[in-house]
Design a protein around this ligand. Structure first.
Ligand code: SP5
Ligand code: ZN
Length: 341
């Protein structure tokens, strides 16, 4: 399987995030992609090619121009104020507050985010832009006839909505790839999100549309981030009614529980008869993940890949979460190897 990778992810390295009341070093760190890349090489999964530059247009097909302008220009504005630390949002337009964009960089960051897990550093825009280009380059290979490709994206994307960043995500790489397929003439795209967290951004982008089926297995949002989306009764709206399937699972879910939900999700994908499948590949379902509560083991990821292969669809894997860095390469590449066997 071909892997697409960009070194630009190193340009994004946030300093800290708030975890259990403490400022901790960011879990979403460059070593994540480095370990995955090393495992791809060690297992001889296939060639690793750089991203091509497809420009801003395919990103703007999914994201709000105001948010893109903000993300691109925020660091320069922050640095011009004499600041050197990471730019972090801390005030959001929630209930009782006005939904309007203020003038200040902090006010605008609150307007375009839903949590504080999105530090903006000097290189964040370039890293997020290149991560989207990685997804688009892998998408291009599949549109050109490849049956599979791995977009080794970092930073991840599935929490990012059209005009909101959050959950370590700035640009929604999977959604950008899905829209690219549609813009190139595909009519039905399925997205299977196996990250531990609900892909609230992806869901919201396609919620009222029938040309993208979104299926997500994740920790029950009643007890897990992102808390405010991802419930089973969210089935789509308008033309999208029936094209969104959430499968929230309890803390402690292991392979028997998780794989039963995967079977249900795969049945929905099979019924939809898509032309292509995009897998939002998070491996934070791992038993040793430091911020998650599922119990999948490394061999389980081989079985996951084999189940996905059984759908018999051209498949684009897009890297999302996974924070047990010493195992992230093994687990992510196990999915890809399970798919290929
Ligand atoms: C892409 C992705 O996986 N984003 C995840 C963002 C999760 N952010 C909230 C993390 C809160 C973790 N709290 C865990 C407490 C462990 N003691
Ligand atoms: Zn996650």
């Amino acid at each position: 399987m071909l892997t697409i990778y960009s070194d630009d992810h190193h340009l994004h390295h946030g300093r800290c995030e708030l975890i259990d009341g403490q400022l901790m070093p960011c879990f979403e760190k460059p070593e994540r992609a480095d370990f995955i890349r090393e495992r791809v090489l060690a297992r001889q999964l296939g060639p690793i090619e750089p991203a091509r530059d497809w420009g801003l247009a395919p990103i703007a097909r999914v994201h709000d121009q105001g948010m893109l302008d903000f993300l691109q220009g925020a660091w320069a504005r922050w640095a011009a104020l004499g600041q050197e630390g990471d730019l972090l949002p801390y005030t959001w337009p929630t209930r009782t507050l006005r939904q309007q964009k203020p003038d200040s960089v902090h006010g605008q960051f609150g307007y375009y985010s839903f949590d504080a897990g999105v530090p903006i550093t000097a290189g964040t825009w370039q890293a997020a832009y290149s991560s989207a280009q990685v997804a688009l380059t892998a998408q291009h290979h599949i549109a050109s006839g490849a049956t599979s490709a791995f977009a080794l994206c970092r930073p991840p994307g599935h929490h990012a909505a059209a005009d909101l960043m959050g959950g370590y995500c700035y640009l929604n790489n999977a959604a950008i790839a899905a829209q690219a397929f549609l813009d190139q003439g595909y009519r039905r795209v399925a997205i299977l999100d196996v990250d531990y967290h609900h892909g609230n951004g992806t869901q919201s982008i396609f919620y009222e549309r029938s040309d993208v089926l979104f299926v997500s297995l994740h920790g029950d949002p009643a007890i897990e981030f992102p808390f405010f989306l991802g419930y089973a009764d969210e089935t789509g709206a308008g033309a999208g009614e029936g094209y969104n399937l959430n499968l929230p699972l309890p803390a402690g879910s292991d392979w028997p529980v998780w794989s039963a939900a995967l079977k249900q999700g795969c049945q929905a994908i099979d019924d939809y008869q898509p032309e292509v499948l995009i897998v939002s590949l998070g491996v934070d379902t791992f038993e040793l993940d430091p911020i998650s509560r599922f119990k999948l083991t490394s061999p389980d990821y081989l079985k996951m890949g084999a189940r996905i292969r059984a759908l018999n669809l051209p498949t684009l894997f897009v890297m999302e979460g996974g924070y047990a860095v010493e195992a992230i390469g093994i687990n992510a590449v196990n999915v890809l190897e399970g798919f290929e066997q």
